[in-house]
Design a protein around this ligand. Sequence first.
Ligand SMILES: CCCCCCCCCCCCCCCC(=O)SCCNC(=O)CCNC(=O)[C@H](O)C(C)(C)COP(=O)(O)OP(=O)(O)OC[C@H]1O[C@@H](n2cnc3c(N)ncnc32)[C@H](O)[C@@H]1OP(=O)(O)O
Ligand SMILES: Cc1cc2nc3c(=O)[nH]c(=O)nc-3n(C[C@H](O)[C@H](O)[C@H](O)COP(=O)(O)OP(=O)(O)OC[C@H]3O[C@@H](n4cnc5c(N)ncnc54)[C@H](O)[C@@H]3O)c2cc1C
Length: 661
Amino acid sequence: MDKNNERECNEDLIRERRKCNFNIEELTNIVDGGKARTARRREIQRLLINDPEFLDEIPQDYMSHEDRYSNELRKSAHLMQKLADQESGHDIHQDIGALTGILKDGNPLMVHLSMFIPAILGQANSEQQEKWLGRSLRNEIIGTYAQTELGHGTFVRGLETRATYDPTVEEFVLHTPTITATKWWPGGLGKTCNYCVVMAQLYTQGRCYGPHPFIVQLRDEETHRSLPGITLGEIGPRLGLNSNDNGFLKFENHRIPRTNMLMKHSQVLKDGTYVKPLHNKLSYGTMMLVRVGIVGACSRSLQYAVTIATRYSAVRHQSEIVPGQPEPQILDYQTQQYKVIPQIASVFALIFSARSLSKIQSSVTAKLKDGNTDLLPELHSLSSGLKALSSSDASWGVEVCRLACGGHGYLASSNLPRTYTGTTCAITYEGENTVLLLQVARYLIKSYRSIGKETGASSVSYLADQTSLASSSSSFSNKALVQAFKLSALSLVAEAEARLQKLCDMGQEFYHAWNYCSVLLLKCAEAHTRYYICEKYEQTVDSLKASEGVKNVLQSLCRLYLIYHITLTHGDFLKCGALTPRNIAVLEGEMCDLLAVLRPQAVSIVDAFDIPDELLGSTLGCWDGNVYQRLYDEALKSPLNKTDVPDAYYKYLLPLMKSSL
Ligand SMILES: CCCCCCCCCCCCCCCC(=O)SCCNC(=O)CCNC(=O)[C@H](O)C(C)(C)COP(=O)(O)OP(=O)(O)OC[C@H]1O[C@@H](n2cnc3c(N)ncnc32)[C@H](O)[C@@H]1OP(=O)(O)O
Ligand SMILES: Cc1cc2nc3c(=O)[nH]c(=O)nc-3n(C[C@H](O)[C@H](O)[C@H](O)COP(=O)(O)OP(=O)(O)OC[C@H]3O[C@@H](n4cnc5c(N)ncnc54)[C@H](O)[C@@H]3O)c2cc1C
C-alpha cells in the first residue's frame, strides 16, 4: 500500500491524518527504541512481507487441524531459514518483535527460539554449549522446554518426573512414575521437536535435590521416530494457538548420559556427588528470562489490537450525536474514546517498563557472571509482577478493542479474536498470574519487614518511606500522581503486613495467615507493580529528548494512563488518604478532557506503531480504511460459498422440512 497515495484511502482517515500535530517517524523511533531499531525492523518486515512463501493458500480458519500445523510449520521453517541466511551479527532474540504477525496462530518453532535456546545459554556449561548451542542455533536440532506435567504446572517443586543417577554407568534414568507425571503442554513437543530440556527431580546417592534441567534427545535424527522408552503426542485443540503442536511426553526408564544434566549452576560428579548452585533458584532462570520477554510481546499484541480498533473507529459511522445530523464517526463518542485511547496509553506504559526491566535483567546477568546473586530476588519480583500486569492489561485491552469494533470485531477476519487468544495465554503460561503476584507479595512483605537493612533492591526502597503515609498532596502534577500510586501501594503493604501479624499474634501459623490474607496480598502486588509502571512512564516521558509535538502527545498519554488507573482503583487511593473524593472527581473530569485532546491524534499515534497491513492481517484495521469491501471479499472465501446449495441441505435439512408432509 502506497501511504502517500491519498486517492486510495478512506476520506475519514485522510481527514484524521491531516490533524496530526507531531512527527510520526520520531514517535515510531521511540516505539522501536531508536532509529537503528526502526530501520532493522523494517528491513526484516520487508523481507518477510514480500516473500510469497508466507502467504496462506486459504485462510487458516478453513484448514483442518493437520493442515494448520503443516502450513505453519512450512512457514516457520522458511522463516528460520531466512533469518539464518541473514548477515550474521544480529541477535535473533532482538528481532523477535519484528516477526509479530507473520506466523498467525502459534508457531511450532516458537519455544525452540524462546526457551530451548535460552535454556542452553543460561543453564548449560561451556562444554555443553559447545555441543548443543551451535546445532540448535543452526536448527540442526529442534527443541522445547518440557516442565509442566498433567498434575503440576505452577508448583515446580511438585514435579514428579524423576532423573535418578546411576554411577555404575554414569547415566541418569528418566522415568514418568504416574499418569500425573506426564509432561503436558510444551510447545512443539508433539510432532516437531527432536530434543528438549526436561525439568525433572534429581535423585543421587539416595537423596532428592529438587527440579533440575536435563537435555534429552526425543526422536531419531534421521527418521524422526520417537526413541525407545519415550512416548510422544499432541494434546489436542486449544482456545487458540492451534497451529502449534503442544505435546505430551512419557519416559519409561529412559537412560541419558550424566553429561546431559545442564551443569552451569549445579553438577552431579561421576561418583554421584551433588554440587549445589550459588543460589538454589538459578535453575528457574529460563522462566525468568521469558517472563521479561513476555512484557514486550504483550505491548506488541496491544499495538495490533488498538491499531485495528482506532482506525476502524475513525471509519465507522453509527447513530447520531446531534439529532437529525449525519451519523458521526464512532470515535467521536466519548465512551468509544474511553475504550480505545487508554489502550494506546497502555502500549507506551508497557514499552517503557519492558525496557526498564530488560536493563535490570542485563545488570543482574552481568553480576551473576561474577557470582553475585544479590539482586536475583529483585529481578524475580519485578519480572513476575510485570509479566502478570502486562499480560492481564494487554488481554483486557485487546478484548476492549474487540468490543469497540462491535459485531465486526467478532469476525475472524478482523484478527481481533486471534490476537486475543494469542495474548490471554500469557496470563497462564510462564507462571499463572495470581501465583506470580503472590511471589511479588512475598517479596514485598519480606522487604517491608526488613526496613532499615540495606538490600540494594531499589524497587522496594519506598517501603521505608513511612512519613509519606500521612500526607496527601494538593498538587496534581504527573509526579504528584505517581506519588499517590506510591502511597496507595505502601499503605496496602502496611495493611497486609499488619493483618498477617495480627492473625499470627492470635495463634495462626504464618502459612494459614498468608492464605487468609491472599486477596489483599494480591492487591498489594498489583498496586506495587502498577506504581513501578507509572513511575517508569512518568520518568521516561519527562526525561525524553523529543520535539515539542511528540513530547506533548506522550505527556498527555502518560497523564491519561495515570488518571485512568487511579479511577479504576480509586477506593485504594481514598482509603489511604492519598486523594480525596473531590480530587477524584476533578481527575475524572480531566480524564475526559484528555480524551478530547488526544482524539484528533489517535489515528496518527497508531500509525506511528507502523504495522504493515500484511502483518496486521485485519479487514478492519487496514491502513487505507477500505473496511467494507475487505469484509465482503473475505466472506466470499468461505468454503460454504463455493456452492449455492450445500450438500448438507440434501442430507439433513430437506428430510426435516419434508418429514411432516
Ligand atoms: C528470550 C526471548 C524471549 C522472547 C519472548 C517471547 C514471548 C512469547 C513466547 C513465550 C512462549 C512461552 C510458552 C510458555 C512456556 C511455559 O509456560 S514453561 C513453564 C512455566 N512454568 C512456570 O512458570 C511455573 C511457575 N512456578 C514457579 O516458577 C515456581 O513454582 C514458583 C511459583 C516461583 C515457586 O517456586 P518455589 O520453588 O516453590 O519457591 P517458593 O517456596 O515459593 O519460594 C522460595 C524462595 O525462592 C524465591 N524464588 C522463587 N523463584 C525464584 C526465581 N526465579 N529467582 C529468584 N528467587 C526465586 C522466592 O522469592 C522465595 O524467596 P524467599 O521469600 O524465601 O526469600
Ligand atoms: C498456551 C500454553 C503454552 C504452554 N507452553 C508450555 C511449555 O512450552 N512448556 C511447559 O513446560 N509448560 C507450558 N505451558 C504450561 C503452563 O506453564 C502452565 O499451564 C502454567 O504454569 C499454569 O500451571 P497449571 O496449568 O498447573 O495451573 P494451576 O496451577 O493448576 O492453576 C489453576 C488455578 O489454581 C490457582 N493456584 C495454583 N497454585 C496456587 C497458589 N499457590 N496460590 C494461589 N492460587 C494458586 C491458580 O491461580 C489458578 O487459578 C503452557 C500453557 C499454555 C496455556
